[in-house]
Design a binder for this molecule. Structure first.
Ligand SMILES: *Cc1c(COP(=O)(O)O)cnc(C)c1O
Length: 408
């Protein structure tokens, strides 16, 4: 079994881990890891026959492993506090979990719509598999699938309480933590057994690679997953591996900055909304009032503190802040689409976690999403510029609503 983690970095800060956790794997004097695209590797001198490569043979064929893939997995394993296996996409990682654990009864919480589709496929392949809601009793459940934070609201679930319930029923808890990568959350600390990330989002962070990761508690489970990955050809391509390694170097600084900006924007939009409904001692300006009137709700982990869903220590689960995705709803579908198209610094496109802010109309993808809802993913632009962008978009909507009313 290959041990790829360097224990030297287990206790280092995340920003140090992502820069150095693969340093023991350097084979050249290059400071930046070279791009390698070879699918095949020469047999070592000690090779005995085609099936016994000897102890010096690290790589044979790229479906199994490559030098860059091992570096990526060393960095990911260290920063996620587990043992990471990389796949061609987030949904491939989901499939790999199902193939490995072969659950008969799955408890599923609110989640990214693609997860439900993968589970549908799994059910079609394995007759008799049952799926229930994650709030139902866990009788006979062997796998609990939890997404936290939830896509698209950015709200957080109490991982610890799901872990207790899952383990009491003899089930394992899988947490999709795509919306809060390290250093924002560490689901193993709350009792998760497996952690999944779409690396296409924050881990990649530049909207230029598709990949996914499964993180397990033990090196042994990760090794079994690698064997399945090789058998089924589920791994990521060479260039994706390299791009991911390059991107992981800045993970911590990117994600913390995105988290801070998102929290400030959520507070701004929520303050607009509140002024529209309650008039406190602060008398809002006419312009502010009209902006707030347009927003019917803002949802994000930072607004959960006083809500009915927050009877757990939400801050403890998020030592460095919350995710940089949130959602808002407007009064109508037309208004939601108007704002999505009116925003200038938030590109109107799907996905999340990149350096550029995005706004998406989830109803277009997922019929269960409200047509009035917009999902916002905050990038690395400055808070002031993003706040001005929201102001101009909401003012333009206000203007257009007034014009439409005048015509009636
Ligand atoms: C995007 C996403 C996925 C799927 O990942 P891909 O890399 O697009 O396959 C899974 N879970 C969540 C929460 C996501 O946002």
């Amino acid at each position: 079994m290959v041990e790829i983690k360097n224990p030297l970095y287990n206790c280092a800060a995340p920003s140090t881990q992502t820069v150095h956790a693969d340093s023991h794997m350097r084979a050249t004097s290059d400071v930046s890891p070279p791009i390698g695209v070879s699918t095949t590797f020469e047999y070592a001198q000690t090779a005995i026959d085609a099936c016994n490569y000897g102890p010096d043979q690290r790589h044979v064929y790229s479906r199994e492993s490559t030098p860059t893939n091992l570096k990526v997995e060393a960095v990911l394993s260290t920063v996620t506090e587990g043992h990471a296996v990389l796949y061609g996409s987030g949904l491939t990682a989901v499939l790999a979990v199902l193939i490995h654990y072969k659950p008969k009864k799955i408890a599923l919480s609110e989640c990214y719509f693609g997860i439900r589709k993968v589970i549908d496929q799994y059910q079609a392949l394995v007759p008799g598999v049952k799926v229930i809601g994650s709030e139902c009793p866990y009788d006979g459940v062997d796998l609990v699938w939890l997404e936290s934070p939830v896509n698209p609201t950015g709200e957080v679930k109490d991982i610890g309480s799901y872990a207790l319930r899952a383990h009491a029923a003899g089930a394992i808890l899988v947490v999709d933590a795509t919306l809060a990568p390290p250093p924002l959350s560490y689901p193993f600390r709350q009792g998760a057994d497996v952690v999944v990330h779409s690396a296409t989002k924050y881990l990649g962070g530049h909207s230029d690679l598709l990949a996914g990761v499964v993180v397990t508690r033990t090196a042994k489970t990760a090794e079994t997953l690698r064997v399945d990955r090789c058998t089924l050809g589920l791994g990521a391509g060479s260039l994706e591996n390299w791009l991911l390694l390059r991107s992981l170097r800045t993970l911590s600084i990117r994600v913390k900055q995105q988290s801070q900006t998102a929290a400030r924007l959520v507070a701004l939009l929520e303050s607009y909304r509140r002024n529209a409904v309650v008039t406190t001692c602060h008398t809002p300006s006419a312009a502010e009032l009209s902006l707030g009137r347009l927003i019917t709700s803002v949802r994000h982990a930072t607004l959960q503190h006083n809500g009915p869903h927050c009877n757990f220590n939400i801050a403890q689960q998020h030592p460095e802040g919350f995710g940089a995705v949130f959602s808002i709803t407007l009064a109508s579908k037309t208004q939601a689409l108007f704002v999505a198209r009116q925003l200038r610094l938030h590109r109107f496109a799907t996905s999340l976690g990149g350096v550029e802010s995005l706004v998406d109309w989830r109803h277009g993808w997922d019929a269960t999403a409200e047509p009035t809802q917009l999902r916002i993913s905050i990038g690395l632009e400055s808070y002031d510029d993003l706040a001005s962008d929201w102001k101009q978009a909401l003012l333009a909507l206000d203007e257009s609503e007034k014009k439409a009313a005048a015509k009636l």
